[in-house]
Write a protein that binds this ligand. Structure first.
Ligand SMILES: N[C@@H](CCC(=O)N[C@@H](CS)C(=O)NCC(=O)O)C(=O)O
Length: 198
């Protein structure tokens, strides 16, 4: 039994979605960043955290890949060429897609006001647009970013698509929009998202 600490409207969604895809039981402790619930497990105050076998794991990407490896699903095995390509897509998402969204968020509401540079958001939108062009190329025929098999980077990218919508970052019409719709229409995504209203 896993315990997830975090909020659905955060990178915790990736962990919850992966657990739903894997059909693994879990408890969700709803917590926002820097609250006592998360600080008790992660002194950084960042969400999400996963408690597994009495140990706290942090970082949504690391946790999502850990769960995939542990249950031997939604991932290629370590040491294979496919895994190297999969990890390259994971890194693409974290650097190019999430990076633009996170920098915009930090300069909108995360950092103290005196440390925000609102103008940087234009650069973030530009970078996000470039990343969407690159994603369309890397997606190819799909249906998933690695082809026929759904893997960890699909979870990260699908989560970022919702983040982009909330942040009003433009998602281009066509293959990328269709890809995001395919991901967020999945029953496991819907079950994870339902925690938002619970
Ligand atoms: N790389 C970490 C980032 C975690 C993170 O920054 N989470 C945000 C919420 S999505 C947070 O807790 N922010 C509060 C802060 O930065 O102080 C991950 O993917 O889990």
């Amino acid at each position: 039994m896993y315990t997830v600490i975090g909020a659905v409207a955060s990178r915790a969604m990736r962990v919850i979605w992966m657990l739903e895809e894997l059909e693994q039981p879990y408890e969700l402790i709803q917590a926002n960043p820097r609250t006592p619930e998360i600080l008790a497990h992660n002194p950084d105050g960042k969400i999400p955290a996963l408690i597994c076998d009495g140990t706290t794991l942090i970082d949504s990407t690391a946790i999502t890949q850990f769960l995939a490896d542990r249950h031997n699903a939604f991932t290629y095995p370590a040491g294979t060429i496919e895994r190297a390509k999969q990890d390259s897509l994971t890194q693409f998402c974290v650097d190019e897609v999430e990076g633009a969204l996170w920098t915009a968020a930090k300069n909108t509401f995360v950092h103290p006001e005196e440390h925000r540079t609102p103008g940087v958001k234009d650069t973030c939108r530009f970078e996000f647009g470039l990343a969407m062009q690159r994603l369309e190329q890397r997606l190819g025929e799909g249906p998933f970013v690695m082809g026929d098999k759904m893997t960890v980077p699909d979870i990260l990218l699908g989560h970022c698509s919702g983040w982009a919508r909330v942040a009003k970052f433009e998602i281009p019409d066509g293959p990328v929009r269709d890809y995001f719709r395919r991901l967020t229409n999945r029953p496991a995504f819907q079950r994870a998202d339902a925690h938002r209203t619970a």
